[in-house]
Write a protein that binds this ligand. Sequence first.
Ligand code: LLP
Length: 404
Amino acid sequence: MSTSLSRQQLLNIADEYGTPVYVYHAEKITEQYQKLKTAFAAAPTRIFYACKALTNINILKHINSLGCQVDCSSINEVKLALHAGFEPKNILYTSNGIAFSEIEEAVSLGVNINIDSLSNLGKFGKKYGHSYPVGIRLRPNIMAGGNLKISTGHEKSKFGIPIEQIDQVLELVKTNQIHIAGLHIHTGSEIKDVDVFMKVGDIFAELVPRFPEVRFLDFGGGFKVPYKENETGTDVPLLGQKVAELINQLTATHQRNFEAWFEPGKFIVSECGYFITEVNVLKESGKIRFAGVNSGFNHLIRPMFYDSYHHIENISHPEGPLKNYTITGNICETDTFATDRPIAEIREGDKLVFYNAGAYGYEMGSNYNSRYKPAQVLVKEGKAFLVARRDEFTDLLRNQVEVL
Ligand code: LLP
């Protein structure tokens, strides 16, 4: 049976810390990481947790303690990772659209870097020449991913250097003697189909002879996790087997050692997370039964932004008869979490839990409508720890400068 928190544990946390509250389960993170370790055991592979999914410092420390490495999408994430105790060599900074000064800072911190534009690659070459090994992020012109907003590899995407510009890359490399140590392609999030990763593998295999110093092939992240009941995620063991075949074959063919790199975010932290809310208001309108909770897209935007599905359960009245509800928030815009969803009968004051809320939940939250960011609680070895307090009124004014 998969590691999970019980309704009672969640209710106890809601009672102790109030709602809305995000709850994370450390052992579930461990379980997910172990699945990856097992799946990718047959060839040299490095797993970098894409920490944009959830950056709470205690989560980062837990992930570091597992031996997992970390992928960052901003220089501040790099600094958080260092703060959490990751060694620079275990930090990867996959940049996109950033000022060159951030790359300079990343170099001074000694972390691994993937560069995603010809412009920054040129500047990098001029400044560092061959002295600092670097990866390049390429755009493969592959359409993949759960929805267009989270698809990054297609031919209209801003991410990476378009693959058709590879000759320009090679020109820059030659002129500046750049040490290209890795190739990177991330096609998007929620990639269920293992073949998408293997298409990326084919591109790597074609490019490797043109980059004699490449040693890592970074397939990005994007493993799909099941959000709906009966849904399946990416077949990670199958992916591990196919990637190992590729890596071992490339190593034999080219007589140099290759590593596969991955940057999963969701796979590591999505299922460890629970978001508990409380029902403020019930409202009936024709056939629609609204249940309004004490949250909104300021706390969990995925349903509104991507039409994402999060399983919702009434943990205060789980045995109640199933009725259909439209779950909405308290924000002054349409903030529908679920439409016409069968849920155990809801009463005002009941606690509704949103599952799979660990990745891109709290992290994409805001203070819109001047509402407080929720608290975050981590459960480890059966004990609950407050790992981020709920905002208070002073937080809303913290950065404001009163000049009048
Ligand atoms: N590597 C790169 C370069 C990325 O841009 C991302 C995600 C990842 C790795 C991790 O992807 P993951 O394994 O978590 O799917 N906010 C969206 C997901 C898009 C994240 C953007 N980049 C969501 O809530 O579905």
